[in-house]
Design a protein around this ligand. Structure first.
Ligand code: GTP
Ligand code: MG
Length: 178
């Protein structure tokens, strides 16, 4: 159990989708390790966050899934870790990251089923939006949101690199923990 007891948000997404970078952007400081090499985050790292309105919560930074070079043991360890995180009594919801440029993978869809099984509240961040033009970004937001059956208010398009959408994401996270 984490002490003090606070609501928890789990950061979930494919390896290399930008989880640790987004965590750093939310925190406004480099607290999580990022890397161009997939599979950087190996265990469950917990960060205590306090936003500008003094709302406190824990962000659980999980390893990414779908890392092609992960061993059988790693994959099993990941499954245990994700189900543990999703079953935590104080979990307010997941912050689910998807690369705005790509279609959801089989692993993404499997993950969404885990959320659905538990009625986990989902806030989606479509990451790396700086890689697209403004028009492309809007088109992809619509397509990806529709493909995943997400409501508009469940989706924020973000760029950890340029800061796009980070303020909006903070507001959405606050609503989730509040
Ligand atoms: P694992 O811990 O390996 O699962 O990765 P992760 O999901 O934590 O990704 P991480 O934050 O380490 O970022 C992976 C790569 O994507 C790094 O090279 C980052 O610099 C890059 N990246 C992350 N966010 C952005 C973004 O908003 N824009 C761009 N252009 N690159 C990004
Ligand atoms: Mg990471």
């Amino acid at each position: 159990m984490l002490d003090p007891p606070l609501p928890e948000i789990a950061l979930v997404g494919r390896s290399n989708v930008g989880k640790s970078s987004l965590l750093n952007a939310l925190a406004g400081t480099g607290i999580a390790r990022t890397s161009a090499t997939p599979g950087k985050t190996r265990m469950l790292n917990v960060f205590q966050m306090t936003d500008v309105l003094s709302v406190a919560y824990y962000l659980l930074d999980l390893p990414g899934y779908g890392y092609s070079r992960a061993s059988h043991v790693d994959r099993r360890a990941f499954r245990l870790l994700i189900t543990h995180a999703l079953n935590r009594p104080r979990l307010a919801g997941v912050l689910w990251l998807l690369d705005v440029r790509h279609e959801p993978s089989t692993d993404d869809h499997a993950m969404q089923e885990l959320f659905a099984d538990r009625d986990t509240r989902v806030l989606a961040a479509f990451t790396k939006s700086d890689k697209l033009s403004r028009a492309e970004r809007q088109r992809r937001e619509g397509e990806l949101g529709k493909n995943l059956g997400l409501d508009k208010d469940q989706v924020v398009v973000t760029s950890a690199r340029e800061g796009g959408g980070i303020g909006e994401l903070r507001d959405a996270v606050r609503r989730l923990v509040g």
